[in-house]
Design a binder for this molecule. Structure first.
Ligand code: AP5
Ligand code: MG
Length: 214
């Protein structure tokens, strides 16, 4: 099963993608997580990506496409995978489609998690990410057992650099301009499924598993 998660920043793509990956035993491929790991490790890719991410802008397509195409060709992706945060532009979608077509494959589902802009800033300001394992929490909607400490690995939790309200606003406008057109792109391909992302997390997950056929 090959799945794309679509949705605004903070819609819950990562939250749901992790659960789907676990349930269906397929890799969760998040381009945002890949960039953040590169930033943490001080790689050349990380240095380049950071200049865009800190401003709420998209990293240029040429730094993203080959990375994802190489990743989905790896052995652990042979039974499917879930893409979170990619594609984010029409050229990215076209390059993914072309790479898959060359293998005689295509994506199965594009899940569009719908959350209005007014809910997003609230979600982002409450999000906390683990510096150790990357797990994501929310101070109100998904709190840890011990404040500021990751339940999974015990490391410290931080507010992501790009979750400051002014950067979130920029990310939202970039989303509407560059990523939202993908909704029609996948609708036209007949694989788009809309999900109400304002429901509570388990209800969103339930709706997605119904689409995927639990
Ligand atoms: P990326 O990391 O992908 O960020 P994003 O799309 O902005 O999305 P987020 O991760 O912020 O949100 P999410 O939808 O995963 O929500 P989450 O589940 O955490 O990308 C970061 C940057 O990298 C980009 O800005 C760009 O610069 C660059 N980049 C990445 N991919 C790229 C690409 N393909 N091309 C170019 N550049 C790229 O949930 C948010 C919060 O809400 C959490 O606290 C969570 O606990 C809470 N929450 C989730 N669901 C619910 C619910 N149902 N009810 C209440 N709270 C909820
Ligand atoms: Mg995410």
């Amino acid at each position: 099963m090959k799945i794309i998660m679509l949705g605004a920043p903070g819609a819950g793509k990562g939250t749901q993608a992790k659960k789907i990956a676990e349930k269906y035993q397929i890799p969760h491929i998040s381009t945002g997580d890949i960039f953040r790991a590169n930033i943490k490790n001080g790689t050349e890719l990380g240095k380049k990506a950071k200049t865009y991410m800190d401003q709420g802008l998209l990293v240029p397509d040429e730094l993203v496409c080959d990375l994802v195409v190489d990743r989905v060709k790896q052995e652990d992706c042979k039974n499917g995978y879930i893409l979170d945060g990619f594609p984010r532009t029409i050229p990215q979608a076209e390059s993914l489609d072309a790479a898959l077509a060359a293998l005689g494959e295509s994506m199965d589902y594009a899940i569009n998690v719908e959350v209005p802009d007014e809910n997003i800033v609230n979600r982002m300001s409450g999000r906390r990410a683990c510096v150790g394992c990357g797990a994501t929490y929310h101070v109100v909607y998904a709190p840890t057992k011990k404040e500021g400490i990751c339940d999974a690995c015990g490391a410290e939790l931080i507010l992501r650099d790009d979750d400051k309200p002014e950067t979130v606003q920029k990310r939202l406008s970039v989303y509407h301009e560059q990523t939202q057109p993908l909704i029609d792109y996948y609708r036209n391909k007949g694989i788009l499924k809309d999900v109400d992302g304002t429901m509570e997390m388990d209800a969103v997950f339930q709706a997605i598993t119904e689409i995927l056929g639990a």
